[in-house]
Unconditional design. Structure first.
Length: 91
């Protein structure tokens, strides 16, 4: 998405985002890199094992058709002791 949903003053060495809309991903000002992909077609994340201190999934888990596989991938790319945060919309 074009917004990371982090506070405006949030800073990190790396903010990697994954999504389906190239224009929106390019417009994200907090992202340091992005990967274009559809996790419903291929739930594999394009990152190495134990890469991230925390992982967020913002209002998109409801749309996953293979959520367990995606959660397994989130666990794989997260460092030991890391944090996963899910947010949901109230539609």
């Amino acid at each position: 998405s074009w917004v990371s949903h982090y506070p405006e003053d949030f800073t990190a060495k790396r903010v990697s985002i994954t999504g389906m809309n190239d224009a929106e991903l390019k417009a994200n000002k907090q992202a340091t890199d992005y990967s274009l992909g559809d996790l419903n077609k291929d739930p594999t994340l394009p990152y190495d094992d134990s890469t991230f201190d925390f992982v967020t999934n913002v209002v998109s888990v409801d749309y996953l058709i293979r959520p367990q596989e995606v959660v397994t991938e989130l666990h794989r790319v997260m460092k030991p002791g890391g944090l996963v945060i899910f947010s949901f919309s109230n539609r």
